[in-house]
Design a protein around this ligand. Structure first.
Ligand code: ARG
Length: 481
């Protein structure tokens, strides 16, 4: 947790604030327990800057529409910018500007504005409700966070691509059912993850467009009698367009769910590559040694070098997936329009977001510093029968129906196992003895290198096909930055 977040969670000093935006209708305020139970500022403080931006766009539009005087609007805008400065300065020096007993960040900013400019602050909320305000600030904050997420994904992809470029000739067993299947290049293996993260980045980029649909102007739920210019606000804030329906506008959280769903997929991809790094770094494999910076020792076993970071990334997948379930559960029974349940939307999203962003950063770091042991990868192929398919393919090329060739090679494999021989060690004569249709070509296809090099089909593992893939990966990185 950053120092900033830690401080904020601890709660700041609230002395001197009038702490809520309503009250006229009530003889007494809510009890202390209710305030503690219902406040959200400990979580939604992260919306602070988007909230200020939203308020500025709203005030300027109100003035342009003649709903607010130019003087009042200017006062409000400069007041909000001052509040922005105050909050930014406090955060910069590690202070928590957010008191823990204010209802939420939106209340806090309006309260601060009143402190700065006096009663004119009360005009800002014209033709606006916290319902559309919250949804707007949340969307804007997440869209901005999405950019950072895309950068993180991009960086990890760059690292994977860089490492892949140097490993197009490095062979290791490709697995199905966790059994040796056919040899693949390490470059090909690493690039499989490159494309997973590329899809993740693409999903975030497409999601951002749907996230940037503007709820502001929906007011509490039904729209407003003031002549708003919602198109202008959308433009000013960098939204794609205003939402079509005010009731949907204040209560829709698809954007949050979609983000967490995208994050869950990224977390699953991170978990899969982590799992491989854990397995590869076990002595039985010895395919990789992770750097000292990302591994830890044991308090009892002096020899241990544990892949903790990979394990933690794998373990943290549960955070994103848990957040997805949490959010879905919050949403599933809600009638239109705003319900206070919706306040529960932010915590799971930020939790998933922070977890995945941190994992992406650490994964990049881990891949960067990993030492791949090419000799161990090569050794794992020896006598592993991952060249058997090519022997059957050889017969098929000679006109033997593939099914029949498969059967013949199956017998060859069984014989090898019985007599403790490696498939690649059989001579042409050995092969001919089993089936007269084998010849010198059959012997040649048995080398693992030729098995790998032969897979020249588009998207295949041969160095030639991987070179094409690398060019495409390079282009993908330039396309969506
Ligand atoms: N913090 C609340 C939220 O995030 C603010 C909305 C309160 N609105 C209301 N109508 N009570 O949803």
């Amino acid at each position: 947790m950053s120092k900033e977040v830690e401080n904020v969670k601890a709660g700041g000093n609230s002395a001197g604030y009038d702490k809520k935006l309503w009250g006229g209708r009530f003889a007494t305020g809510p009890s202390h327990d209710v305030i503690t139970f219902s406040t959200s500022i400990g979580i939604d403080w992260r919306l602070w800057e988007a909230d200020i931006d939203g308020s500025i766009a709203h005030a300027q539009m109100l003035a342009a529409q003649g709903i607010l005087s130019t003087v009042d609007s200017k006062d409000i805008v400069s007041g909000l910018n001052l509040v922005r400065q105050q909050i930014a300065t406090a955060l910069d020096i590690g202070e928590n500007p957010f008191p823990k007993d204010v209802e939420d960040i939106h209340s806090f900013i309006e309260i601060k504005l009143k402190e700065v400019i006096g009663i004119t602050a009360g005009r800002l909320h014209t033709a606006r409700s916290r319902n559309d305000q919250v949804a707007t600030a949340f969307r804007l904050t997440l869209a901005r966070e999405g950019e950072g997420l895309m950068t993180e994904l991009h960086k990890l992809q760059e690292t994977l691509l860089e490492r892949a470029k140097a490993e197009t000739e490095t062979m290791l067993p490709g697995l199905t059912h966790f059994q040796h299947a056919q040899p693949v290049s390490l470059a090909h293996h690493l690039l499989a993850y490159f494309w997973m993260f590329d899809r993740d980045r693409e999903r975030i980029s497409e999601w951002r467009k749907r996230c940037l649909v503007l709820p502001l102007g929906s007011a509490a739920l039904a729209g407003t009698s003031f002549p708003l210019d919602r198109q202008r606000v959308a433009r000013d804030l960098g939204f794609e367009r205003p939402c079509e329906n005010s009731m949907d506008g204040v209560s829709d959280r698809d954007f949050a769910f979609e983000l967490v769903s995208n994050l869950s997929l990224a977390a699953i991809h991170l978990s899969r590559i982590s799992e491989e790094l854990v397995i590869w770094s076990a002595p039985e494999h010895g395919f990789v040694e992770l750097s000292d910076e990302v591994t830890t020792g044991s308090s009892i076993m002096p020899q241990k070098k544990n892949p903790d970071v990979a394990e933690l990334i794998r373990g943290r997948t549960g955070r994103a997936l848990g957040a997805l379930v949490q959010l879905a559960t919050t949403m599933k029974g809600l009638p239109l329009a705003y319900n206070r349940d919706l306040q529960e939307d932010k915590e799971p999203v930020f939790y998933a977001l922070d977890s995945v962003r941190g994992s992406l950063r650490l994964m990049k770091f881990m891949i960067e510093g990993a030492s791949f042991h090419r000799d161990r990868m090569r050794a794992a192929l020896t006598g592993d029968f991952s060249n058997a398919t090519d022997l059957a393919d050889d017969l098929a090329r000679k006109g033997v129906p593939f099914r029949e060739g498969h059967e013949v090679v199956g017998h060859v494999v069984r014989k090898c196992i019985e007599s403790k021989l490696k498939l690649e060690d059989l001579s042409v004569d050995d092969l001919k003895q089993i089936d007269s249709r084998f010849d010198a070509d059959s012997k040649r296809v048995l080398s693992h290198r030729s098995v790998m090099n032969a897979r020249t089909s588009e998207g295949g593992t041969s160095p030639a096909a991987v070179a094409v893939q690398i060019a495409k990966a390079q282009a993908a990185l330039q396309l969506k930055t």
